[in-house]
Every structure is written in C-alpha cells, then in structure tokens.
Design a protein around this ligand. Sequence first.
Ligand SMILES: C[S@@+](CC[C@H](N)C(=O)[O-])C[C@H]1O[C@@H](n2cnc3c(N)ncnc32)[C@H](O)[C@@H]1O
Length: 163
Amino acid sequence: MEYASVRLETIGVIRSPHVDPAGMPIQPSAAVGVQGRIELDPRFEAGLRDIDGFSHLWLLYWLHQVKSSQLTVVPFLDRQEHGIFATRAPPRPNPIGLSLVRLMRREGNCLLVENLDVLDGTPLLDIKPYVPAFDSTSDARIGWFAGKLEDLGQARADARFAR
Ligand SMILES: C[S@@+](CC[C@H](N)C(=O)[O-])C[C@H]1O[C@@H](n2cnc3c(N)ncnc32)[C@H](O)[C@@H]1O
C-alpha cells in the first residue's frame, strides 16, 4: 500500500527565549509565564481576523532541531521505553509539535503569547483557537503518564533528541 507524501509550507516563525533544548520546560503547563511571539508571514495576516477573541491558541509547528526519528523512545518524564505515538517526545516520523499557549495580544502580523515550550526559530505550521467544548474532556485516561506529572513544573528537557 502506498501512502501519500505531503508538502507543507511554513506560515511563520516562533520567537522564544529558549535557545537550547537542554534545560527547557517540556510542556506549556511547565512554562507558565514564558513569553514569546509568533511572527506570521505577512502573506497570511488576513487569517488572523477575529483571533483577539480567544484567550488560548493551539500552535502546530515543526520540531526543526530533531536529529532523527525513533519508533520507541524513553521520554523525558519516564525511565521506561514507550512507542513514540504514546508519548509527546520530539523524535517523531513527522516531528510536529503541538502547544497550547495563552494569547496576550496581537500586533499586526505578530501574536504575543506566553507559556512557550518551543525553541526560538521554530517554523510554524498552523494556529487554531482553543475551544474547551472541542478540546477538553473529563473522562481521559492518561496511560503511562499517570503518576508522572507531579513534578512536571520542575521537569526539564535534555538534549537527547536534538542535533
Ligand atoms: C516534549 S516536547 C513537547 C512539545 C509539544 N508541547 C508537544 O506536546 O508536541 C518539548 C521539548 O521539545 C524540545 N523542542 C522544543 N522546540 C524544539 C525544536 N524546534 N526542535 C527540536 N526540539 C525542540 C525541547 O527540548 C522541549 O523541552
């Protein structure tokens, strides 16, 4: 069976204070208050119309510093190996990252955001508004993450997946 390949165009860049994957927070919920900006290519600026009405946005981006992909991985929050698709670890076959950030304000083609767990210079693929009725559920099971999240706020990444 053949699977299609796709061609993606980046729509902007994420500017953040994180310049080294080592020592970074590993999820937005561990990066509260970390501010940065989304610089959208001006060609896409009209797509920001009405964005100001949302407090939180999903960012989809390309984890451009990933050195290679792995199908199993020991993630930052565990010492056991897991399938890559059962983790949020970076070295995915398509290294797409997903972060929920807080929108502080829009300045033209730029969005000032906080709670960034993303490296400076990360290519942006998409922005979507966070809508609790779509994006939140009260009956989620969280697999191996159960019992691993108590110290998430203090947990930091290392450079194991980066080039
Ligand atoms: C565990 S991943 C989670 C990313 C996203 N929140 C997700 O769930 O898809 C976050 C880590 O990826 C690494 N990282 C962030 N930006 C990156 C980039 N552009 N390229 C490679 N690694 C990156 C950093 O080590 C950061 O701590």
